[in-house]
Design a protein. Structure first.
Lengths: 497, 323
């Protein structure tokens, strides 16, 4: 208990407050630029933290991490180009609100939800870190397989216009996810003999192509056809009202819990959490028909979930030394450099440092909330920038962003290719978000299934359904598929009365 | 006053002469610009952390910055290719990882091999160990082998990918001990160790830096080391050699330059990095980061790489992974 209070005392030192403020601002900036991801931001800053005190250095890393996850939503909402993959679900309804001239309301919703989600994950971090960490170890091949099946059931949920087109998009994403090294034999598949694609499609470059570059093409086409008379309506400058806040509060709490749990699972991460958050928000909502047309619940769902992943993903990283995603992997590197070996020692021997880090995590998020609310009015102006300026800016950012991930020109070419793919996807009414989701969960499912077959050649069917976690995942997958149908029947009966 | 002005002018002139000279490619003024260090793995991974620890300490010895460039992909193949193809002027060097560098060049159609680079200095040597869970009924390497003989293919051993370093080590050991194990590939070392900790597999083969804290806490039990001598601080763990199975296995990382880099530059870099490696501040940082430092001179390192290639050729042929 003492250490927790001391931790807050340390985190409130002027140097730490300054570090928190600057790092979260940097994080928001990095996150909002397509291609500059949270992982990259953290990696770039690690050498800088060498010269700082241990706690200050860790607060800087947390600030960049949390800031970047929220920052990704800014560009997703304003220009339909998610700055990070975890904001892909936010683009669905966020951009619709921008088109209606309600960019400020959308941004306010995003930052409040992000803050709420992060706070719920902070509670998990403080209270349940060791017991929850065990969950991460229980996730073996079978559990991962069912997790991916559950993820696939969400595709129907994110495809508001046409479920069939959503499923086609999902199948396309799954097919694309098979490119790369065969996870069991180590041989290349569909790589054209080049080592470049051995790791699969470079994810960020693909994402930038599908969302940002295709957006450039769409905007440019409108401009050429003289349709450029702003599609964005003159907006009211209204933020989020108290009434609306009350409406999204249950969504924030629900998504906060979802994000915290998904964050703990190795390999899942912010993107999957955001999609699950979006899907459950939609299923639970009283205004389902609003989703996909600019629902604030459709922003709160994914945003609370992806920011809750920040705290959740720290749990297995700190307690077990198992980083759940690329950001925490980099962050763990930073811890080890500081001589902090993840494990029980962090909470006893290095308790003060760890709890200062936790307190810093909360402070960082408070700064994020302030900066986000204060800045949303100014950010919202981006949406009003004329297309003739916006198009070259997104173009340049897409090229730089896709190059910067691995300093690779190949990634830039691939990004352009997926820009063209993305353009036609939008023309055909297919769903880029469903493709991204399938691209991420495809390998998790494939590896899980093939691993369990290799491990239990005689009894893999039995092993697939042997653990309680598997049963739970199977049940919620079934529920996820059946519930919309059942709810529809109930609602139509109500109407008849 | 006039004297000092004169001196300053002379110095300036000399300095500018140096500037002209470097354009003509002389090595006298080396290094006169940024040195890029290619790391063929992701930022934040083991190789990257090591590289950053070393360059942080070394940066004070160079006037211009040392820049780490991460070129991850295809198990290191992309970064190694780039290192081998770089201009051999001393301004691009990189880390190579063994056995990966050699095994990739043998098993894949790569544009690099041991002759496309010049080794500068070895930095880290991380020996391998065979591990089971702390609460496993198997307590010794003898019991492990006995159990595996009675129950062929029953023991599941996680590795970091088919054909990756730990897989080769485990296959070599199994061949030497005459046992059959069920090798299960996982995405990387972290997943591979987590699979054992979660009880999804029965054993794994990992490097000491990855599992030291887990052995200390008793969560994992080390049955044997893949070394000829005991690992410092873990003298109670027997070596495979003393148990009669001569399998030596571990991973090393060191600096190398593209073939064709002038000898003076190699010597210069070797001397600077040796001094840095042996400094007290560096050893403390390395200790904190759990990195087993092992110095090898340019010549020793070259012999080491040559020997690795020879033994890997035999092993990979035996395993049917190359012709």
């Amino acid at each position: 208990m003492n250490e927790i209070i001391n931790g807050f005392g340390n985190a409130l030192l002027p140097i730490n407050l300054l570090a928190a403020l600057l790092s979260v601002a940097t994080g928001i900036f990095i996150g909002s630029l397509p291609g500059l991801s949270a992982a990259m931001g953290v990696a770039l800053l690690i050498p800088l933290t060498f010269g700082m005190g241990t706690s200050t250095g860790l607060i800087v890393l947390a600030g960049v991490y949390c800031g970047a996850v929220f920052g990704g939503s800014i560009s997703a909402i304003l220009i339909h180009t998610p700055g990070t993959s975890s904001a892909a679900a936010t683009a669905l309804d966020g951009y619709q609100l921008t088109l209606k001239g309600k960019a400020k309301k959308a941004l306010n919703t995003a930052v409040i939800s992000s803050f709420g989600g992060a706070m719920i994950s902070a509670v998990a971090l403080y209270l349940f870190a060791p017991p929850l960490a065990k969950l991460a170890l229980k996730f073996g091949p079978a559990e991962n397989f069912w997790l991916s099946i559950f993820g696939l059931t969400i595709i129907a949920g994110v495809s508001s216009k046409s479920v069939v087109k959503g499923l086609i998009s999902g199948a396309l994403g799954l097919a694309l996810s098979t490119i790369g090294m065969d996870p069991m034999s180590g041989r290349g598949r569909f790589t054209g003999g080049s080592p470049y694609l051995l790791d699969g499609l470079p994810f960020t470059a693909t994402l930038i192509g599908l969302f940002s570059m295709s957006q450039v093409f769409i905007l440019a086409e409108k401009k050429l056809k003289k349709m450029a008379k702003s599609v964005i309506k003159e907006g009211d400058d209204e933020g989020l009202t108290i009434k609306e806040f009350k409406m999204i509060l249950p969504t924030i709490l629900r998504s906060g819990v979802i994000g915290s749990v998904v964050g703990i699972l190795p390999g899942a991460g912010g993107t999957i959490a955001a999609f699950i958050g979006y899907d459950t928000a939609k299923k639970m909502s009283k205004n389902k028909s609003e989703f996909g047309k600019g629902s604030i619940e459709g922003i709160a769902g994914p945003e609370a979930a992806n920011n809750a992943v920040t705290g959740g993903s720290l749990i297995p990283t700190l307690t077990l030394g198992i980083p759940g995603n690329s950001v925490t992997a980099v962050l763990m590197g930073g811890l080890i450099i500081k001589g902090l070996q993840p494990g029980p020692d962090l909470f006893t021997v290095h308790g003060t440092t760890t709890y200062t880090f936790f307190a810093g995590f909360i402070i960082v998020n408070i700064f994020m909330l302030i900066l986000g609310l204060f800045g949303s009015r100014h950010f919202a102006k981006i949406a009003k920038v004329p297309n003739s300026i916006l198009i070259p800016i997104i173009f340049a950012l897409s090229v730089i962003g896709s190059y910067a991930i691995k300093n690779s020109l190949n990634d830039v070419f691939l990004m352009f290719a997926f820009g063209i793919v993305g353009y036609f996807i939008k023309k055909f009414g297919l769903n880029a978000a469903a493709i991204v989701l399938a691209l991420i969960i495809g390998p998790i499912g494939e590896e899980g299934l093939r691993r369990i077959i290799l491990m239990y050649p005689d009894d893999y069917m039995g092993q697939l359904v042997s653990s309680p976690i598997s049963i739970v995942l199977i049940s919620i997958s079934a529920l996820s598929l059946i519930s919309p149908i059942v709810l529809n029947i109930i609602e139509s009966r109500k109407e008849k009365r | 006053m006039l004297k000092s002005l004169l001196l300053a002018t002379t110095l300036l002139t000399l300095a500018s002469c140096g500037g002209v000279e470097k354009e003509s490619g002389s090595t006298d003024s080396y290094p006169s610009k940024n040195i890029n260090i290619i790391v063929a793995y992701k930022a934040g991974g083991g190789t990257d952390i090591g590289a950053r620890v070393l360059t942080k300490e070394a940066s004070s010895k160079f006037e211009k910055p040392l820049t780490i460039i991460n070129r991850p992909g295809a198990d290191g193949q992309l970064g190694f290719t780039e290192l081998s193809n770089a201009k051999p002027d001393g301004y691009t060097i990189g880390f190579i990882n063994l056995p990966n560098y050699v095994s990739l060049s043998l098993t894949r159609d790569t544009k690099f091999n041991k002759d496309t680079i010049i080794p500068i200095i070895n930095y880290v040597y991380d020996p391998g160990l065979l591990l089971v869970k702390g609460d496993s009924e198997i307590d010794s390497i003898e019991e492990f082998i006995e159990y595996a003989k009675e129950n062929p293919n029953e023991i599941r051993v996680s590795n970091n990918g088919t054909g990756a370093s730990n897989n080769i080590g485990a296959l070599e050991f199994a061949g030497m001990a005459g046992i059959e194990l069920n090798h299960i590939p996982f995405g990387g070392s972290s997943d591979m160790i987590a699979a054992l900790r979660g009880g999804h597999v029965e054993a794994t083969l990992a490097k000491i830096s990855e599992v030291a804290s887990l052995i200390d806490s008793g969560e994992l039990k080390a049955l044997a080391t893949f070394t000829t001598e005991n690992i410092e601080g873990y003298e109670e763990i027997p070596t495979l050699t003393e148990k009669g199975y001569e399998v030596i296995f571990g991973s090393s990382r060191g600096l190398a330059a593209p073939a064709g880099t002038p000898d003076e530059i190699i010597t210069y870099l070797h001397d600077v990095f040796k001094e840095v490696m042996e400094s007290e501040e560096h050893m403390k940082l390395a200790n904190d980061a759990n990195m087993p430092i092992k110095y090898m001179s340019t010549e020793e390192y070259r012999t080491f790489i040559d020997n690795q290639e020879k033994s890997l050729k035999v092993i990979l042929k035996d395993l049917g992974m190359i012709n």
